[in-house]
Design a protein around this ligand. Structure first.
Ligand SMILES: Nc1nc2c(ncn2[C@@H]2O[C@H](COP(=O)(O)OP(=O)(O)OP(=O)(O)O)[C@@H](O)[C@H]2O)c(=O)[nH]1
Ligand SMILES: [Zn+2]
Length: 206
């Protein structure tokens, strides 16, 4: 694995002051991040979120997806617990990159769903590779996690790498009229463990 730790610093946020750790993958040129809080050395499983980059949702307030809402909710939950880690992976667009995601959105504007759009562009529905998590979690001394996700592929990927997922915690937040179809497709075609009833508007408050 070509990943190396580069530096860490404080990162104050509205919910807690995290420690931010930067990593560089010399093979792909990608710069991955981890935000951590509290003592991760203890044996207890770490509350964790593995978050795939979504510039539009995470930084530009897009309502097309649930990413930005999930990012905030995960950080809030970690802050509330006082201990945890958010692994921010630069796998924009489920691995196809930002410009191809815009191409996919263009097809979705004309009626395709998120999976059909990827396929029409010649990509698999989900191209993500999670192998960078092995050195990242090793560096952070994390072996056991309680993972906030609805995505069974993420759980399986971590377990395949020998990491222990002690518990899966649902992360259903941010449903709105613009992303209801997208969330529905995630559940029906990508296997996400969630349904419309799981979404509580109160989740993203406080
Ligand atoms: N190709 C493509 N990528 C998308 C689209 N909408 C969101 N994404 C990307 O999907 C990734 C988020 O993955 P999701 O499947 O929403 O969620 P997940 O992270 O796998 O699952 P959870 O842990 O339950 O959130 C990010 O990299 C987003 O940029 C889309 O319509 N097309
Ligand atoms: Zn998104």
């Amino acid at each position: 694995m070509s990943l190396r730790f580069v530096a860490s610093s404080r990162l104050p946020t509205p919910w807690a002051t995290f420690t931010m750790h930067g990593f560089e993958d010399s093979e792909t040129g990608k710069e991955h991040l981890a935000l951590t809080l509290g003592d991760l050395e203890e044996d207890q499983a770490v509350l964790a979120r593995v978050h795939s980059e979504c510039l539009t949702g995470d930084a530009l307030f897009s309502l097309r997806c649930d990413c930005g809402f999930q990012l905030q909710e995960a950080l809030k939950r970690i802050a509330k617990e006082g201990r945890g880690a958010l692994l921010y992976l630069r796998q924009e667009g489920r691995g196809i990159g930002l410009l191809n995601k815009i191409r996919a959105y263009h097809l979705q504007d004309a009626g395709a769903d998120t999976v059909e759009a990827n396929e029409r562009l010649g990509f698999a529905a989900d191209l993500r590779d999670y192998s960078m998590l092995i050195p990242m979690l090793k560096h952070l001394n994390i072996q056991k996690v309680r993972l906030m996700t609805n995505n069974p592929r993420k759980v399986a990927a971590l377990e395949n790498y020998g990491l222990q997922v002690e518990e899966r915690l649902p992360l259903t937040t941010g449903m709105n009229p613009h992303n209801a179809g997208y969330l529905d497709t995630k559940a029906s075609k990508l296997g996400h463990m969630m349904s419309a009833d799981d979404f509580n508007p109160k989740d993203s408050e406080d």
